[in-house]
Design a protein around this ligand. Sequence first.
Ligand code: ADP
Length: 303
Amino acid sequence: MSGRFLSIGECMVELSQAGEGLLRKGFAGDTFNTAWYARACLPSAWSVDYFTALGDDPMSDEMVAFMGKAGIGTDLIHRIKGKTPGLYMINLRDGERSFSYWRDSSAARSLAADPDRLREAVESADVVYFSGITLAILSHDDADTLLAEIRRAKAVGKFVVFDPNIRPRLWSSYDVMHTTISEGGRASSLVMPSFDDEVAHFGDASIDATIERYLALGASHVVVKNGAEGATLSFANEKAYVPAEKVKMVVDTTSAGDSFNGAFLAHYLENRDAPAAARFAAKIAAHVVSEHGALVPKEKLGL
Ligand code: ADP
């Protein structure tokens, strides 16, 4: 099999504590993390591309070089004069992690501002991946533009995948968040939510309730991730439960869900067997939670 996997969203500069007041620079962001794991798990006949907007500063150049080195296509990335990428810092206090963000005026917020460029990118892809964070960082009009393109992609038979990744702080109101996330689900072929987010923000009483809500909106398939409790699938109306792998020591759960999504999709696109894809994804995610950082190198994924 071959094709083009296109992930749409924001990748940020990441600063993490490196001891003695030093900071280590990295690059990460939910949709980029998923592209990273899809790239690691897909055969080379597939291309994996990232669609975003960046600036014309040296940090944007470095990010593009980093993506290229990981084998992720960057040709579709729009570079905006005078803009810069978003940035976040991982704070550590008494062993607890918290995050500070500087992303209000990041270039990625304009990723859907040029509808022709967006259409060209989506049309070039076989699989389109986006998230609730992708929608949350856009203006109301640009989110509409992206959703229209996504609907069009699904209507012509592309496989459209959405992770709601609900982050209330990024939304102007709960109403806008609920409506737009639901539109994202409606526009997609497959929705891959995390159960704890859906309970907290949609009040779902059970995993089945989450599945039913996204199916009722119009998604064909739903995969609900539930941390160490495993994942529940509804694929073409067939339900399956896949347990998580046992992990000796959980080191860092950053990007557990993103890696699960990337690995699931890579396996599914090659084999069209959803439960087998979920078992494979659980293995990859188990490696990811056993290591530090959002982007675990391929050599450490047991591939
Ligand atoms: P998110 O990061 O989106 O909240 P989850 O926490 O649901 O996603 O985790 C995604 C997947 O990662 C799970 O379905 C599971 O396979 C794996 N995973 C997460 N936490 C653990 C854990 N403590 N032990 C083993 N696997 C885990």
